[in-house]
Write a protein that binds this ligand. Structure first.
Ligand SMILES: Cc1ncc(COP(=O)(O)O)c(C=O)c1O
Length: 386
């Protein structure tokens, strides 16, 4: 199993903290945004006397309510098209296990969410990357590039929309192109849509589940982690109209018995979160993104792709080896007793030696911290390169 590039430098961050250095965590998608009050109240006011297992596919009430939430977002599904999982992470694992055998192949535009590497290895599946590029903001590579990579072992194309780590938001046209290719070659299209709400500049998210004719091919991965800043609830789901996939995923779900019961109650309550919560959160992320990108672009030799969604960006730095630089930041550098932790981007690629001079930055901290973090980064690059 590969290490997570997001977490592998944690021991160095802990050592820095022991030395009294404040570490700004730009490495991980753990927002500082408050969880909606309705979800917290559902936990605080709970009167359960036995914390029982729930049904393996998740409670009926919760699945019904999720289906209603999707229909408000033009995704027409029913409770039986949904399996509740322990985070989007388990939804990905179950999906891989349900549709692929050992040695099968999944095509993924890279850079991609680093744990796709881990889930693939755990499932014995080979990742076949199709490279997207910082110079065109990580747009979908030409369809011909996908077709070149399809072999008899290819079972699926996996996209993350909006993207972690690129912040790329696929257009309706791009989704339609992908739909065509999966239908033509009889593949699955898995879309990780855990950042669906986080789209900026008036752009709208278009889900693979909105695409007609894709019912047998589309598998959507979802999670409450980011939508409601409930990463610790560990609740996600698989959504698909393909009954064979649901039935197979259910067997995986039965083997692990049940998703967390209390967290399902909180997640169900979270579905009543008022729109104003999202309006404020989106406004905050847009401001953070704008500050981060503007400040990063002021640093000599730094290139950054402007995210259209989610809350990450990939930045190219004037260093040869961002892994070394990221560790050095924690071990050897501080500005007035403060430093930053970033995620080296090489772990978000499966092609060797790509992204070596890139890092992923999560804009999950408040604006003051972000400004300070970029100031630290700028001073650090100067010191590192001199
Ligand atoms: C793109 C993407 N998918 C899935 C996950 C898994 O999240 P969780 O298991 O908390 O739902 C994450 C977490 O950061 C993510 O960024």
């Amino acid at each position: 199993m590969p290490e997570s590039p997001i977490r592998k430098l944690v021991p160095y961050a802990e050592d820095a903290k022991k030395k009294g250095i404040k570490v700004h965590h730009l490495n991980i998608g753990q927002p500082d945004i408050k969880t909606p009050e309705v979800a917290l109240q559902a936990i605080k006011n709970n009167t359960l006397e036995v914390l029982e297992y729930s049904r393996s596919e998740g409670s009926e009430e919760y699945r019904t309510k999720i289906a209603a939430y999707y229909s408000k977002n033009n995704i027409i599904v029913s409770a039986t098209d949904i399996i509740v999982t322990t985070g989007g992470s388990e939804a990905l694992l179950f999906s891989f296990g349900s549709i692929m055998d050992v040695d099968d192949e999944v095509i993924i535009p890279e850079p991609f969410y680093a744990n796709y590497n881990g889930f693939s290895i755990a499932s014995g599946v080979k990742v076949v990357p199709v490279v997207s590029n910082i110079d065109n903001n990580f747009a979908l590579p030409p369809i011909a590039e996908f077709e070149k990579l399809i072999t008899p072992k290819t079972k699926a194309i996996l996209i993350c929309n909006p993207g972690n780590p690129t912040g790329y938001l696929y257009s309706k046209e791009e989704i339609k192109k992908l739909a065509e290719i999966v239908k033509k070659h009889d593949l699955f299209l898995i879309a990780d849509e855990v950042y669906r709400e986080f789209t900026y500049d008036g752009l709208e998210h278009y889900s693979i589940m909105q695409e007609t004719g894709l019912e047998d091919h589309a598998i959507m991965i979802d999670s409450v982690s980011k939508r409601y800043s409930m990463c610790g609830a560990r609740i996600g789901c698989i959504v698909t109209k393909n009954k064979e996939v649901i039935n197979t995923a259910l067997k995986f779900a039965q083997a692990r018995l049940s998703p967390p019961t209390l967290a399902q109650i909180a997640s169900e309550a979270a579905l009543d979160t008022p729109q104003i919560y999202f309006d404020n959160v989106i406004k905050e992320y847009v401001e953070r993104r704008n500050i981060l990108i503007t400040e990063l672009e002021k640093i000599d030799g730094v290139k950054v792709a402007k995210p259209k969604g989610a809350f990450y960006c990939i930045a190219e730095l004037p260093v040869k080896n961002a892994d070394h630089f990221a560790q050095w930041l924690l071990e050897n550098f501080n500005l007035d007793g403060e430093t930053v932790m970033v995620a080296p981007a090489s772990g978000f690629y499966s092609t060797p030696n790509v992204g070596l001079n890139q890092v992923r930055i999560a804009y999950v901290l408040n604006q003051e911290s972000l400004i300070k973090s970029v100031k630290i980064l700028k001073a650090a690059l100067k010191a590192y390169n001199s």
